[in-house]
Design a protein around this ligand. Structure first.
Ligand code: ATP
Ligand code: MN
Ligand code: MN
Length: 311
């Protein structure tokens, strides 16, 4: 909502009117995505965007002058000048220190992050009601030099099969970078330490099954031309980019949820701020059922007990 050349616009979303100053300022100059374009993207995809962010504390990767402006920083503490309706969540960092981060309690908050120059949204794997117990396992598949997205897709398929053996339902998305992220909703009953143990046990089992394709080695020189499962991602203050968030890359690629059946037919570059709205309109949100079930960690923690005894 605005008149041409005006100094500000208002984007209507979920009953709020979010002010966007300098609406024509280009956040992604090469892709031609302005502040108003990105705010409108979040508003148009409100349900899908909100699903991955709902009630989660988020870190904002901010570029006040856009991607072309050079300057950027991660904001963890809630910035000054938040609208009075925007909320925060208290989190505890690994040091024991606490802080209040922006919490996405409604779709309008995601739109407002654009006013802050945020190009990427990075939610914690917790919800505001209990920020000490993760409700999501995240498996970060990182292609190492000599491998690429196709190898990440193959390893994701192995991971999908293993989760199904464990009675768990994983969802997959492109990172918007080189690899993939798997997300599995869990009951928020276990600590970060336990969730990390579960991810390590899962990753080591995959490595045992496919030593040719998977590595969990912390030492880069031991990883080889394989997919590294970055289990250290599962910890306090370690975020994973949100589903449908753009990445701070010239093409404005998006971290895109994909149906398992379609994963073999996609490339990360297929999904950008420009292409994703039409794809979601045509095919729906591949994460639509992600909140239907929250799984137990018990079987993975038993696997971790056995794994640690064998070492
Ligand atoms: P790729 O598929 O290319 O690995 P990625 O988003 O998974 O892309 P990683 O380097 O594996 O990138 O990082 C995983 C996650 O860690 C990111 O999605 C992001 O949420 C978070 N992250 C990475 N770097 C930083 C940083 N400097 N500050 C805060 N969070 C970060
Ligand atoms: Mn990664
Ligand atoms: Mn990583």
């Amino acid at each position: 909502l605005r008149s041409m050349g005006s100094a500000e616009a208002h984007v209507e979303v979920s009953g709020r009117s979010v002010r966007i100053s300098s609406p024509d300022k280009l956040l992604f100059p090469e892709a031609g995505v302005s502040k108003l374009d990105l705010a409108t993207y979040y508003a148009d995809l409100a349900d899908a965007v909100f699903r991955g962010l709902a009630d989660r504390p988020v870190a904002l990767n901010r570029f006040p002058d856009g991607l072309g402006g050079g300057k950027s920083f991660y904001t963890k503490a809630a910035p000054k000048g938040m609208p009075d309706w925007a909320q925060t969540a208290r989190v505890t960092f690994p040091s024991g220190r606490t802080g209040d981060e922006v919490c996405i309690t409604e779709p309008a908050t995601a739109v407002w992050t654009v006013q802050m120059g945020a190009l990427e949204l990075h939610p914690w794997p917790v919800r505001r009601a209990d920020t000490d117990h993760p409700d999501e396992l995240r498996i970060d598949l990182d292609p190492q030099p000599g491998t690429d997205f196709a190898e990440a897709v193959a390893v994701a398929g192995e991971a999908h099969a293993l989760f199904e053996e464990l009675g768990m339902r994983p969802f997959v998305k492109t990172s918007g970078g080189r690899g993939l992220h798997l997300l599995v909703r869990i009951e928020p009953r276990w600590t970060f330490v336990e969730a990390r143990r579960a991810v390590i046990a899962f990753a080591r089992e995959l490595e045992r099954r496919r030593p040719d394709r998977v590595t969990t080695s912390w030492w880069k020189e031991e990883r080889g031309e394989r997919i590294f499962i970055d289990f250290n991602q599962m910890a306090r203050d370690r975020m994973t980019v949100a589903a449908y968030s753009p990445r701070a890359r010239p093409e404005a690629t998006v971290s895109m949820p994909v149906l398992w059946a379609d994963l073999g037919d996609v490339e990360p570059g297929d999904f950008t701020v420009k292409t994703v709205p039409a794809l979601v309109a045509a095919k729906g949100d591949a994460d639509a059922e992600i909140d239907d079930v929250a799984h137990s960690l018990e079987r993975l923690l038993e696997m971790a007990d056995r794994d640690e005894k064998d070492r």
